[in-house]
Design a protein around this ligand. Structure first.
Ligand SMILES: [Zn+2]
Length: 198
């Protein structure tokens, strides 16, 4: 069984080394739509894969970090990355280029890390990220699956190599949440009082 949750944000980037001249040499923005698809072979006590309300916590905050932010590849020229950090309060440094393909891997990876660090409390089953689809424009999207996340040819992803600016961190419900995630601390979903006896 699959469920899908849609997230939206505006983000700016340059995609180095691509063929399109406008994309590789000029800062520009897109209105992104992110589809997060979760799967499970068992339903929780509410007979759901995963309550959508639970996606309004850490995952929502992490995805919303990208809104009105500039993303850059940490291998880009120091002049450029320093300018991004100087002139934009909201910036994210990435270990890979901010293409739609890599965004789909980054969002898959982040959501997967959060799910693995979340203690569920309502009888949820083996909830996993199934896929992430990143719509960069009305007509084009990139979609990643679990095998793409660990594919080193596509670039190695780690929590340490994704860096959020101080401004972004200060806007999180819990400004420490990314540190907690890196330290392997568990997030706890709220407990649920059952209304119907199972
Ligand atoms: Zn672009």
């Amino acid at each position: 069984m699959l469920i899908r949750k849609l997230f939206k944000f505006e983000n700016a980037h340059i995609v180095r080394n691509c063929t399109s001249d406008r994309c590789k040499r000029s800062i520009h923005g897109h209105s992104y739509k992110i589809e997060l698809l979760l799967k499970a072979n068992k339903l929780d006590h509410g007979q759901m894969v995963y309550d959508f309300g639970l996606l309004k916590g850490v995952i929502k905050d992490l995805f919303d970090s990208f809104d009105h932010a500039i993303c850059f590849w940490n291998q880009d020229s120091a002049d450029y990355t320093k300018a991004c950090q100087k002139f934009s309060a909201r910036w994210i440094s990435l270990p890979v280029s901010p293409s739609a393909e890599q965004f789909s891997r980054i969002f898959f990876f982040l959501a997967q890390q959060v799910l693995h660090s979340t203690q569920t409390q309502n009888g949820e089953g083996d909830v996993e990220v199934y896929s992430v689809i990143v719509h960069e424009t009305e007509t084009g999207y990139a979609q990643s699956f679990v095998e793409d996340i660990e594919n080193l040819q596509m670039g190695e992803l780690s929590l340490d190599s994704i860096v959020f600016s101080e401004q972004i961190q200060s806007e999180w419900s819990n400004p420490q949440m990314y540190e907690y995630l890196k330290e392997g601390k568990m997030f706890q979903n709220p407990s649920v009082e059952l209304q119907v006896k199972l």
